[in-house]
Design a protein around this ligand. Structure first.
Ligand code: SAM
Length: 206
C-alpha cells in the first residue's frame, strides 16, 4: 500500500468524487468547527481542498481563501464548480507545502478535511510542523480523520486522535475540541474523528 502516492486514486475518480463531495455542505461537515471560524474576514488555508466545497463556503462568508490541492483533476472541478467565488487555487502537497510557503503568508484558519489519513507516519510528523508554521498566532486548525475500510486503489493509514493531538502539542497546537461521528455518506464501516486545535505560543517559543 505505502508504495502508492498519497493522492492515489483521486485523478481517476475525480468526476464521480466531485459529485460525492459536493453533495455535502461545509456547515454539515464542520458543524463542530463552526465556533472556531473567525467572525471577521480572515486568511484561510484549505489543505487537500478537493473540489473546494469548504473553500467556496468560507469565501462566501467573506474570507480570503487559499485552496491547496495536488490532484489537477480535482482542482479543475473545483475551479469549474466554484467559478463564482474568489478562491486562490494552489497546486501543492503535504507534507512540504512548498508553494504555500512561497506565498509568505500566515493563516488564521487552516482546514485539513479528510486528508490526514493519506499521510504515512513520517509525512504526518513533517506535515504537522509545517502546518503549525503556517498558522498565525491564535489561529485555529480543523481536521477530520477517516477510519474504516480503505477504498480500492487509494492509500490510507489508520490514524488516531491521540497521535494527532500529541503531534499538535509538539508544535504549540492545543487541542480545543475532539469528537467522533458517523459517516454522512453512510459508507459501510466508515466513521470519523473531528479535531480542532488553537495555536498557542509564538514561533520563537517553538
Ligand atoms: C477525501 S478528499 C477530501 C477533499 C475535501 N477536503 C473534502 O472534504 O471534500 C482528499 C483530498 O486530499 C488530496 N490529497 C491527497 N494527498 C494529499 C497530500 N499529500 N497533500 C494534500 N492533499 C492531498 C486528494 O487529492 C483529495 O482531493
Amino acid at each position: 500500500m505505502s508504495d502508492r502516492p498519497s493522492t492515489a486514486g483521486y485523478a481517476e475518480e475525480a468526476d464521480k468524487l466531485s459529485e460525492t463531495y459536493e453533495s455535502l455542505t461545509f456547515e454539515k461537515v464542520h458543524r463542530r468547527g463552526l465556533p472556531f471560524v473567525p467572525a471577521a474576514p480572515s486568511a484561510v488555508l484549505d489543505i487537500g481542498a478537493g473540489t473546494g466545497r469548504d473553500a467556496a463556503a468560507l469565501a462566501r462568508l467573506g474570507h480570503r481563501v487559499t485552496a491547496a490541492e495536488p490532484t489537477a483533476e480535482m482542482r479543475a472541478h473545483g475551479k469549474r464548480l466554484h467559478a463564482d467565488v474568489a478562491i486562490e487555487w494552489v497546486d501543492d502537497i503535504l507534507p512540504d507545502l512548498r508553494q504555500v510557503f512561497a506565498l509568505h503568508r500566515r493563516f488564521d484558519l487552516v482546514l485539513m478535511t479528510a486528508v490526514w489519513m493519506h499521510l504515512d507516519a513520517r509525512e504526518r510528523r513533517i506535515a504537522m510542523a509545517n502546518v503549525a508554521d503556517l498558522m498565525a498566532p491564535t489561529a485555529a486548525l480543523l481536521m477530520t480523520l477517516r477510519h474504516g475500510p480503505v477504498p480500492e486503489g487509494r492509500r490510507m493509514f489508520e490514524v488516531s486522535a491521540e497521535e494527532t493531538r500529541d503531534l499538535g502539542r509538539r508544535h504549540c497546537l492545543a487541542s480545543v475540541h475532539e469528537g467522533t461521528g458517523t459517516d454522512a455518506l453512510r459508507r459501510d464501516g466508515v466513521h470519523w474523528t473531528y479535531l480542532a486545535f488553537r495555536r498557542t505560543g509564538s514561533p520563537a517559543s517553538r
